[in-house]
Design a protein around this ligand. Structure first.
Ligand code: CMX
Length: 427
């Protein structure tokens, strides 16, 4: 049996050696080129960074450490964190040890609550979450060790410590934000006998007689954990972390990106769109009504939230996992039925329109309807749930990157005048 730290430490020397040799023997090999359209177009498709925790082939979807996400849906989120960091799923004992470690680190300091409660009550829940994470930075072990003086080889270790501290406290903070922001009453304490996701569900305080809400939260946390390195949140976290800002700074920065409507906020926008449809048609619309409503959305200049992706070109397997959960546990709910209907209609419309490169649903298309079904109806909160999960990916990427010593990020930018000059020269 090995703790997450021992397992990573044991693997690190050979990983470092491998990367050193790759750089020494093949460092000059060109693995990607970039054209002008890509430079203006969000660097889409440019291979310019390394991420070892997960990859997203456009035709397969998320693969975590060589395991497709579809094969991980029955795993607990804390197992996924162990996998992301070490490349291996934990044994039963290793899992228990990680859960006990989380429990020991779970207490949220009072000053975090004081800051949260002093914020304007109508602040967005994501602002509350990100502020709480930033305030918690005073606990950073990385910053303390760096100030004392530590060798580059050791950077990963206090980064993992910070990550474990932060992840252990995150469900409590996120649930605290929910209960304060939406007047749900007193905070519910961490239950040291429960798993990490189960704890989050319990601390939110949603009635859950059958335990299916807790299972949904576990699934939700597992599915959103990581999505390779180039998406806005992961990349922001990596970029900030590359300056040796600690995990609190870096994760909080990444989550500020997740709060954008084209990224994690689509989660809340998606349910809003579904409910708007239900309201307009006084229930589940007919196929034709839905087709027209989709066109109306597009013609008004809006995107259909939950559809399309920067990398994927298939139905997101994470959407499939949510839809399966919905069909199994709550398909009598018209909101969940509408998710399935939208999946029948929207891709056809997006294909007809011909703009979106990926007309298929992404992870955000169905999760909100499920949360809504179980009574978590405050959809401005949904991106906070996404954040608790995505913090695992961001933290694991930070740990791995500190382990292998990735450099501070500094891509070269050029002004438009340079591009015009370059074009003239080519002519
Ligand atoms: N509805 C309407 N139009 C869409 C669309 C959608 N769902 N998806 C893409 N398009 C449009 C784009 O806006 C773009 O239009 P313009 O040429 O007028 O700018 C065109 O199709 C081409 O875009 P693309 O190359 O297919 O997609 P991008 O890589 O630029 O953007 C994404 C990807 C996710 C931002 C986009 O598909 C989108 O806005 N989807 C809706 C929002 C959403 O669900 N976001 C969540 C993604 C998952 C996540 O990160 O959490």
């Amino acid at each position: 049996m090995a703790s997450i730290k021992e397992k990573f430490a044991a693997k690190l020397p050979s990983i470092r050696e491998e990367i050193k040799n790759i750089n020494k023997d093949h460092g000059a090999l060109v693995m990607s080129e970039v054209n002008i359209a890509q430079a203006y177009g969000g660097m889409r498709g440019v291979k310019g960074m390394i991420c070892d925790t997960s990859e997203v082939p456009p035709d397969k979807g998320l693969i975590i450490r060589s395991i497709p996400i579809g094969e991980l849906t029955n795993r607990l989120p804390e197992e996924i964190f162990y996998l992301l960091v070490t490349g291996e799923l934990p044994t039963k004992d290793e899992l228990k040890e990680l859960q006990a470690d989380y429990a020991a680190r779970s207490e949220v300091p009072q000053y975090v609550w004081d800051v949260m409660e002093a914020m304007p009550k109508d602040s967005h829940p994501m602002v509350m979450l990100d502020t709480c994470i930033l305030v918690l930075e005073r606990e950073s072990k990385f910053r303390a060790r760096y100030t004392e003086g530590m060798t580059k080889m050791d950077y990963w270790e206090p980064t993992l410590e910070d990550s474990l501290d932060l992840l252990a406290k995150l469900p409590g903070i996120a649930a605290g934000v929910y209960r304060h922001r939406f007047d749900k009453g007193r905070r519910i304490p961490y239950d040291k006998k429960l798993d990490w996701g189960g704890n989050y569900a319990k601390m939110l305080g949603i009635k859950d007689p059958q335990g299916n809400f807790a299972n949904l939260i576990r699934l939700y946390l597992t599915l959103h954990s990581d999505h390779e390195g180039g998406n806005v949140s992961a990349h922001t976290c990596h970029c900030v972390g590359s300056a040796l800002s600690d995990a609190y700074y870096a994760v909080s920065a990444g989550l500020n990106g997740l709060a954008g409507p084209l990224h994690g906020l689509a989660n809340q926008e998606c349910l809003a769109w579904i409910l708007e449809t239900m309201e307009k048609f006084k229930g589940v619309p007919s196929d034709e009504q839905l087709r027209q409503f989709t066109w109306d959305t597009l013609n008004s200049g809006k995107v259909v939230p939950g559809y399309g992706h920067a990398v994927l070109r298939i139905t997101d397997p994470r959407f499939t996992a949510f839809l399966e959960f919905g069909k199994k546990h709550c398909f009598d709910d018209p909101v969940v039925q509408l998710v399935a209907k939208i999946y029948d209609i929207v891709p056809q419309v997006l294909k007809e329109q011909g703009k979106a490169k990926d007309p298929w649903p992404n992870v955000d298309a169905g999760s909100g309807a499920l949360l809504y079904h179980f009574g978590l109806t405050e959809f401005p909160y949904y991106t906070v749930l996404f954040s608790v999960s995505r913090a695992m990916g961001m933290c694991s990427q930070l740990v791995v990157n500190r382990g292998i010593g990735t450099a501070i990020e500094r891509p070269k930018s050029v002004p438009t005048a340079w591009v015009q000059n370059f074009i003239a020269q080519k002519k």
